[in-house]
Design a binder for this molecule. Structure first.
Ligand code: HEC
Length: 697
């Protein structure tokens, strides 16, 4: 059975429900359509991946391998948050547009850093509960004088580029379901394309297109089938439903397109990467197995109508949290002596894929990190040879990659001059098992993994310790034609940033050494490095103003990478997020870093074992998504709470007294006794690890 299936070419475009059409605010119907989109000046950076092929390659070479040693800070701007800042700024006509945590958007004079305007969309902080990995934004879009942002709570807002005033606003999803938007909207061919996350909580993923001038709804394509009794939106959904069983729709389905979209203007195809299912363990969502389309796939859609054209499913029946949403990059490559129009991706599952982007045919695939869930990809059928032991049951199994991925959302770059793709890679091992008494609940964090006790818990801990010993992180330069590494740079831990590459033979990356580092693109030689008091996880951008080239990066540690934070390290001792802009001869400096207070000794554990076990189960279901598996790391490491926080634990969790920082009340989901049990579990974990606290520092 081929994985590529060009069904349903004539499927009916999804009809828009009323809520999709509601224009919430905004004067003016979007203004003149007459002016065609002006071609981007070569020195500008006008869309997330710089160009619609997502290459993150700049033809600028005034900063290059010969002079980059003279690079220095031109200016910096305080972003006033400790949350992750994941966007690549846009630069148009000397103005830099940036988006930070909670979607706060600022326009700066790109030469001086002077703030021109700031727009706060006032995202309700309780919506933070629906963002697995902090209220981040991975970028914004630009169209004819307007900066277009997508907010965590689902609004698409076009802002006047000169004043920051909203021009039009539309709500893109039904707020009765736990959707969120963290990905950058993209403008292709006068349309804004937007996706969403929420698969971890049971939202039914989709992508939608709006008219970039007016905000009018154009089309929507769901990524997993809904309730068959209600009829399918199109033939593709009907066929996809054949690959599911049980009552999958009752829990939502998942498949959210929360990160990467690219566009081929000649083929007029939009390529969408899709995410995991709900619950993660397939047993609960499709008990008889099946491929579960379109989870973890690349889906090609007609840009004009949103109709299905083809798909390639990277992980059939996905259940390891291998999203296939990571950077998609288009280029022309000579593969086996033939020039091909290709699509490349290095998703979480550890394989680097090269597809023919006209048809979805798999041209080649090879693993870029060690992989144990599959022994390889069969080129003929396009299907992975899945290791039967990887289809986990109740008995814990240690596998790689883990849910952090061989490569996560951190943007990949491709340099057409070197022919190499560059991305941060991660060798993560993870223990997978289904929890014995897990019962999925609608709109809850539903991995199906938490809540172990007795021998299974001991085995899980022992295996994880073994897995952690193999952990490695590095910057990887990958040759997509040879399907082999060209060079790699070892880095201290996971969470190294997205990549920029330029015609100056440069590769620019933020690292977990808390530096911005620049390497020679051809061979990985370190050319320049500067300590920046944080690990910039975002991809950098570069632009030209008044003949001078600049490099800009958001230095804000956080997001998914912080979920696996060990010990103190970066999470504690770092500056709050900043936008940093560099140029040759730049001589600005950063204020000195203030040392974080030492970690408090945990209070003694007084609760009984049964309470701790109950707490472990509830923690896994409700808190782990933000505070880390095994209460390790996350947005705030709860093993490191001080005495005052322990004293107000119940009020934080049930009364929402920290809602302004993104910790909403869980009163609707948990009883006071539940919270007490969770608190006992956190205290037990803190005591377990207190003696080893220096191990990872
Ligand atoms: C959607 C993400 C999210 C989820 C889920 C979540 N939290 Fe939080 N939590 C946060 C954020 C964000 C903060 C604030 C971090 C800060 O102050 O910088 C926080 C802070 C806290 C704090 C204060 C810690 C300190 O040292 O200041 C406690 C206690 C806490 N959370 C407990 C819980 C518990 C218990 C659960 C599960 C019932 C939970 N949280 C679930 C996001 C989350």
């Amino acid at each position: 059975m081929g994985t590529v299936t060009p069904w349903a070419r004539r499927g009916r475009a999804a009809s828009g429900a009323a809520w999709l059409l509601v224009a919430l605010a905004g004067a003016g119907a979007g203004g003149a359509r007459a002016a065609p989109a002006s071609a981007a000046a070569p020195g500008d950076w006008t869309m997330d991946g710089r160009t619609s092929d997502g290459q993150r390659y700049s033809p600028l070479d005034r900063i290059n391998e010969h002079n980059v040693g003279r690079l220095g800070l031109a200016w910096s701007a305080e972003l006033n948050t400790f949350r992750g800042v994941e966007a690549t700024p846009l630069v148009i006509d000397g103005v830099l547009y940036d988006i930070s945590a909670w979607d706060i958007t600022t326009a700066f004079d790109a030469r001086s850093g002077k703030v021109l305007w700031t727009y706060d969309p006032k995202v309700p902080t309780e919506w933070g509960r629906y963002a697995c990995c902090e209220p981040v934004s991975r970028g914004l879009a630009w169209y004819q004088g307007k900066a277009i942002i997508a907010t965590l709570d689902g609004r698409l807002i076009a802002l006047d580029g000169k004043t920051g005033a909203p021009v039009w606003t539309v709500q893109t999803f039904d707020k009765s379901a736990p959707y969120s938007i963290t990905g950058a909207p993209r403008v292709f061919d006068g349309k804004v394309i937007v996706g969403n996350g929420g698969a971890d909580f049971g939202a039914r993923g989709f992508v939608a297109a709006y008219d970039a001038a007016s905000g009018n709804f154009l089309w929507r394509f769901f990524l997993v089938p809904g309730d068959p009794a209600k009829g399918f939106e199109n033939a593709a959904m009907k066929r996809a439903a054949d690959t599911w069983n049980g009552d999958w729709w009752s829990l939502g389905g998942g498949g959210g397109a929360w990160d990467s979209f690219v566009y081929d203007p000649k083929l007029k195809l939009i390529y969408v990467g899709t995410g995991n299912g709900t619950p993660l363990a397939q047993h609960y969502r499709s008990p008889q197995g099946g491929d579960n389309l379109f989870l973890c796939s690349i889906v090609a859609l007609d840009a004009q109508t949103g109709e299905y054209r083809w798909h390639y499913q990277e992980v059939p029946g996905e259940e390891w949290d291998y999203d296939c949403t990571e950077s998609i990059v288009l280029s022309d490559l000579t593969v086996n002596g033939r020039k091909r129009q290709v699509l490349m991706q290095a998703p979480k599952d550890g394989f680097f894929y090269v597809l023919d982007r006209r048809t979805g045919e798999l041209l080649s695939a090879n693993n870029y990190v060690p992989v144990t869930w599959a022994s390889g990809i069969d080129i003929k059928s396009g299907r992975p040879q899945i290791n039967p032991a990887a289809r986990y049951g109740l008995d814990p199994v240690l596998l790689t990659p883990g849910p952090g991925g061989g490569h996560n959302w951190f943007p990949m770059a491709f340099n057409p001059k070197t022919g190499l793709a560059y991305f941060p890679a991660y060798e993560q091992w993870f223990v997978y098992a289904r929890a014995p008494e897990f019962a999925p609940k609608k709109f809850r964090s539903n991995s199906g993994w938490g809540g172990f006790s007795g021998a299974a818990l001991e085995k899980r801990k022992a295996l994880q310790k073994e897995g952690d010993a193999h952990e490695k992180a590095f910057l990887l330069a990958w040759d997509p034609v040879r399907q082999a590494a060209a060079w790699k740079i070892p880095l201290p831990r996971h969470g190294n940033g997205g990549v920029l590459t330029t015609a100056g033979n440069l590769v620019v990356e933020g690292t977990t050494k808390q530096t911005l580092s620049i390497y020679r693109a051809t061979d990985g030689k370190l050319l320049w490095e500067m300590p920046v008091q944080s690990a910039p996880v975002a991809g950098a951008g570069t632009f030209l103003v008044d003949g001078e080239q600049y490099i800009a990066v958001n230095a804000g540690w956080g997001g998914g990478a912080a979920q696996v934070e060990r010990g103190s390290g970066i999470a504690q001792n770092r500056a709050s997020a900043r936008l940093l802009v560099f140029k040759l001869g730049g001589a600005a400096t950063l204020p000195p870093l203030v040392d974080a207070p030492p970690i408090a000794e945990p209070p003694p554990l007084v609760a009984d074992e049964e309470t701790v076990l109950k707490g472990a189960r509830l923690f896994g279901e409700t808190c782990a998504v933000c505070h880390g598996q095994m209460a390790q790391g996350g947005v705030k490491d709860l093993r490191h709470m001080d005495a005052a926080t322990h004293a107000s634990f119940n009020d934080i969790v049930l009364k929402g007294i920290r809602a302004d920082r993104g910790m909403a009340s869980f009163a609707g989901l948990l009883t006071p006794a539940d919270v007490e049990a969770i608190h006992a579990y956190v205290i037990s974990r803190a005591n377990e690890d207190w003696g080893h606290r220096n191990e990872h520092e």
